[in-house]
Unconditional design. Sequence first.
Length: 140
Amino acid sequence: MIEYTYKEGPWAETAVTLVVRKQDLDADLVTRTLSLPPASVRRPGSDHRDGVSPPQDGLWAFQVHDRMPGGLSDQLRTLMDLVEPRSSSLAQLTSQGYDIHLDLFGFVGRGATFVLAPDVVRTAAVLGVPVTVTTSVSDR
């Protein structure tokens, strides 16, 4: 029998992000189309220092990172409340070659877990964009 020496606990410092990428990304166009202010923007080709690697795609991101009682689930619900009414705008950007996805992020440690409410998962699924899960592990 295996004995675990840790307790399960929630992810820490979580965030949910709507990510829009394209090689020739026009951040102003994305902002106008979605009527949302980006949390961050990376212009196409930025951080291309070595001259060997291909230029990076441009990136536009809108993020919900406020601490909420329901953690990632509440953050995703908040993001979906803002983004779902703009689903036709997302489809328009997709038709113009923009790659769009939702990213769930958190710092995790041994025993870290998260739960998403079924209604939030359904709403995200109806949006029709991929969902990624990104973690960061701290060895402190």
